[in-house]
Design a protein around this ligand. Sequence first.
Ligand code: AMP
Length: 421
Amino acid sequence: MRILVIGSGGREHALCWAIAASPLVEKLYCAPGNAGIADDAECVPIGVMDTAGITDFAKKEKIDLVVVGPEAPLVAGLVDALEAEGIAAFGPSAAAAALEGSKGFMKDLCAREGIPTAAYRRFTDTEAARAYIAARGAPIVVKADGLAAGKGVVVAATVAEAERAVDDAFSGKFGAAGAEIVVEEFLAGEEASFFALCDGTHALPLAAAQDHKRVGDGDTGPNTGGMGAYSPCEAVTPEIEAYVMEHIILPTLRAMARDGRPFKGVLFAGLMLTSEGPKLIEFNCRFGDPECQALMMRLQSDIVPALLATRDGVLNRVDLRWYDQSSICVVMAANGYPDDPQRGTEIRGLEAAGAEPDVKVFHAGTKRDGARILADGGRVLGVTATGPDLSAARDRAYRAVDRIVWPGGFFRRDIGNRGPR
Ligand code: AMP
């Protein structure tokens, strides 16, 4: 088979690495890819939002399956454009990706279907939003409706902070994504990421994972795309998994199919494990990053038949096996991330790090300059390791991290500390 992966992050490197291991694959491309992906796939310089460029390339190269990693091209309709040209694509249609693309859409669906989630209201004007916040009090959560690269959510400790968040959104801080907002109840508890492959009708749960969103040790500093992740996540017990499938994933699939927007791809439920049971914080319509890096290291089965079955609607015939091991991904980011990451600094020691046992160094924002590897983004590397338990995996990952010589970057020392010791 000839496969094209879309994206350039650690998630896409992990997907390319897993896909390249399949005996079914004859040729693997990635658009646009990065310096590490180039070891597993041929990188082609086409941007993820260049729908026409991607479609033309897929036709010319007779691609059998396009696998779309990031949310922006999914929400913009890349899968629709490819399928309209007769090219099979893994990922939801734009109509189905609205589960991530519009928080208001997702919340209305939950309300209609009785899916457990925070109480909420949607607003398009300041006065009504302020009145609701005053009536509910703090803490309270204010969210831009559309995609805002993870920056559109404010968990406000005070009414004044919530009001500022409303003003920010309506003054255009998030562009069109903030023209509408959702104000919702604050949920307390432990967070977990739950992933399921969905083919429109059937859902196959994948392993659960937990990520670390804050930039600094001890969960301090601003939110990021994710500074590390580990899997499995002990907090997601088999009972919780069964509950999430029955009360969150399957009712969503049924509702989406009924609405004429069947969901195919990865449905990623961000959960809060509250004292009243698991509640949905948000849906994403693709793999999480860095969670995907931790998950792919634990996947024993060939991923390609599962991707095809998801697209073809026959996921009920697929059974995925996982290594009974723990995995952990430690993200290394460029100094200044998340606000203003410094680009162009040299990274050394990558070979020594990758030679550590049971370690894979996934690349995100990197580029090659002759023999040198340079930082070229915010999150730059995902140093990922497996081990018989979380503590062994963590030791291996940090041993590899310590072999990387990169004064221009930083990482958290406490990834996985929330899990079992
Ligand atoms: P989201 O982009 O919706 O996942 O929100 C980003 C982060 O904000 C989540 O991972 C949570 O840590 C936090 N968050 C979002 N909604 C809530 C909520 N209703 N209650 C508490 N924390 C929340």
